[in-house]
Structure formats: structure tokens, C-alpha cells
Unconditional design. Structure first.
Length: 145
């Protein structure tokens, strides 16, 4: 079995081959970036084994502002099912965790002004664990128009 890894992909510059009967070999592929190599996680002693993960889902938001990301292994009945959990810090200003900084994020930040938040909360751009006007102004500058 080859390495088990998680990649982030970007289809923006790739050719859409959905309705193509045969590939020519000149198509532009998706761009991909290695995010996590599970063999590295195993070597570091965080999991006993790395199997075939069949499911990946975001779990509940953690108290510190990060999100949980769960991987479930297909054990094929051979060993106990393994669930591996990670904490994922959102991008600063992406308060709704959708990958984009938009007006909805700014509204969530505006509604949170003055509130204390967790260490990794996306609404806390300047890392002082409080949502203030600096966040709203800084995130407004980054928002998609």
C-alpha cells in the first residue's frame, strides 16, 4: 500500500473533462498541495497504524475556535475501526469557515464586537482573544468585493 496523504486541490486552472470521451494528454491538471502525510503522523507516534481512510468530516467546533476534522478508517473487518481527529485552525477573518472572506464573515465579526474568543478564533485577527474594531477593519480590507 502506498502512502496515505491528504491534499488540497485547486481546480481553477484545470481543464474540465467531464464531457470528454477520451483525453488527449494535453489537458491542464488540477493543482495539488500536500497538507498531511499520515505516515508522518504514524512515525511521530500519534497513531498506531495508517489504513485506508474512507470518510472525512468536520466535527464540532472546539472551545478554542478551531474546528475538529475527523477521519474514519475502513478496517475491512480485520482490525478495530480507527477514528483520527485533528484540530484545524480557520483562516483569519473566515468566520463562517467557508474558505472565503465575504460580507457574511464581516457581519459575524461585527456581531461579535467586544466578545472574548478562543485562541484560534477566526474573528480575532490580531490574536488578543477579543473581537474589536481592528478585526473588522482588517478583515474588511481582505474581503472579496
Amino acid at each position: 500500500m502506498g502512502p496515505t496523504a491528504l491534499y488540497e486541490i485547486d481546480v481553477a486552472r484545470a481543464d474540465n473533462v467531464l464531457h470528454v470521451d477520451a483525453l488527449s494528454g494535453h489537458e491542464r491538471p488540477v493543482a495539488k498541495r500536500l497538507v498531511l502525510n499520515f505516515d508522518d503522523v504514524r512515525r511521530a507516534g500519534h497513531v498506531e497504524r495508517v489504513g485506508s481512510f474512507e470518510a472525512m468530516i468536520f466535527g464540532p467546533k472546539l472551545e478554542d475556535g478551531r474546528h475538529s476534522l475527523l477521519f474514519v478508517e475502513d478496517n475491512d473487518g480485520a482490525v478495530a475501526t480507527q477514528v483520527v481527529a485533528f484540530a484545524v485552525a480557520p483562516h483569519r477573518c473566515d468566520a463562517d469557515f467557508d474558505g472565503n472572506i465575504t460580507r457574511s464573515d464581516l457581519e459575524l465579526i461585527r456581531r461579535s464586537l467586544g466578545k472574548r474568543v478562543g485562541r484560534y478564533d477566526a474573528r480575532d485577527k490580531n490574536h488578543n482573544r477579543r473581537v474589536d474594531w481592528h478585526e473588522l477593519r482588517g478583515c474588511a480590507a481582505r474581503a472579496k468585493r
